[in-house]
Design a protein around this ligand. Structure first.
Ligand SMILES: Cc1ncc(COP(=O)(O)O)c(C=O)c1O
Length: 390
């Protein structure tokens, strides 16, 4: 790729606005434990014609990504996943426009490639060599792959209940894998205990600012692939929430750039009935969530997140966009997964199946209207989850 200047110019605490030095590695605001958000210089116009002829990867939005120098990009071809029409299910459930963005075709089989491709590339630019992460599976696979490609080192901490395929995936790419009893918060605690001297760069969701910048490219792509006319509803499976927050950040940036005229999208967060801290906070009208005490095991490993570090940002996105949050049971996820496979010929991740079930329920409740364009996110391939589904 030719050299293109980024407009990245600041990192701020999203609540206090406190600014951080962008020439050094920064994690999160240590004063009040809030995520840091990358900002871009919007003072000069940027014409969307610049996209013409650029490669179909997430790096095509280069000006709005935080790397200074292209030589540090570690890429496996992530991004520009298809938006597919769900013809049969659309007719069956009487939706006017129903589409699904299929993230399973990304490197290592999930949307996590975007966030970790970006975070590892930016850390690479800042001279970081060794990383660590607590993961429900997909993020560990992605970190392992980008570290392998960049000759860097990955330390993975995953719950024992994670399907074995994820463990194998990380090991085969040369990562050091630690399997931990309990849920992802227990894995995070084990990681921190092993990293008291800070030898590893911790890329836990939103505890560094750049996974969010990679995930936001889903929003840029949705806009571009729909010819700059956004859907009315986006339904997203929410664990740590980076994708949901990222898509919304992208839409607001696109509006500021003048690449879209309107921002009609209501953002919907989907969780499981056994672990739904965001749903509970949303239903109570709160702006923060409380850690979920006993998160139940689920076939959708990525949704077993008892406390999202970005909980306030998730809830802010839901309120700002006029969206909502709902929880789906294990049985409903399983039958949605089978229905989608038999009707549309596609093996969704359990997280994606939760989204499909949520779409039907919101339509039934008339929260989604017939005329709405509804876009679902299938965040990963179903194949790695086989052992959850036998
Ligand atoms: C397939 C899948 N979907 C959704 C999620 C939740 O993603 P987020 O942390 O962006 O909310 C995960 C997280 O592991 C995942 O693997």
């Amino acid at each position: 790729m030719s050299k293109i200047n980024t407009r990245y110019n600041a990192l701020i605490n999203h609540e206090s606005g406190k600014s951080y030095d962008i020439s050094k590695p920064q994690s999160f605001c240590t004063e009040d434990h809030e995520p840091l958000i990358a900002q871009y210089d919007m003072s000069q116009p940027l014409n969307k014609g610049i996209l013409q002829g650029r490669p179909h990867t997430m790096w095509r939005y280069r000006e709005m990504l935080p790397l200074w120098d292209d030589q540090y990009i570690i890429s496996l071809g992530e991004g520009f996943t298809p938006v597919m029409s769900m013809e049969k299910l659309k007719a069956k459930y009487n939706f006017k426009q129903l589409t699904l963005k299929e993230e399973g075709g990304n490197p290592t089989g999930s949307f996590k490639a975007r966030g970790l491709g970006m975070a590892v590339s930016k850390a690479n630019e800042l001279g970081i060599k060794e990383f660590s992460i607590p993961t429900a599976g997909n993020a560990g696979s992605a970190l392992s792959a980008y570290c392998a490609k960049g000759s860097l080192k990955a330390n993975i901490f995953m719950p024992k209940a994670t399907p074995k395929m994820f463990q194998l995936d990380c090991q085969i790419m040369g990562a050091s894998v630690n399997v931990v009893e309990g849920n992802i918060s227990d894995s995070a605690a084990a990681m921190r205990a092993a990293n008291t001297d800070g030898k590893w760069w911790d890329v836990t969701t939103l505890k560094e600012p750049f996974r969010l910048e990679g995930k936001k490219t889903m929003g840029y792509e949705i806009a571009e692939q729909l010819n700059w006319k956004l859907p009315d509803v986006i339904i997203y499976p929410t664990g740590g929430g980076t994708g949901l927050i990222g898509i919304w950040k992208a839409f607001k940036e696109l509006k500021e750039l003048g690449w879209i005229d309107e921002l009609p999208t209501r953002m919907v967060a989907v969780q499981t009935t056994g672990c739904d801290p965001i749903v509970q906070a949303f239903e109570a009208g709160l702006h923060s969530s409380t850690p979920y005490e006993h998160p139940a095991e689920t076939i959708a490993n990525g949704l077993r997140v008892p406390h999202a570090f970005g909980h306030k940002l998730i809830l802010k996105t839901l309120y700002e966009s006029g969206g909502c949050a709902l929880a789906v049971s294990e049985d409903d996820m399983k039958s949605a997964l089978s229905e989608y496979a038999t009707e549309e010929g596609h093996f969704l991740s359990p997280e994606g199946a939760a989204v499909w079930h949520a779409a039907k329920r919101l339509k039934e409740e008339n929260w989604i209207k017939h005329d709405d364009h509804v876009l679902l996110l299938n965040t990963g391939s179903g194949y790695k989850y086989a052992e959850n589904l036998w």
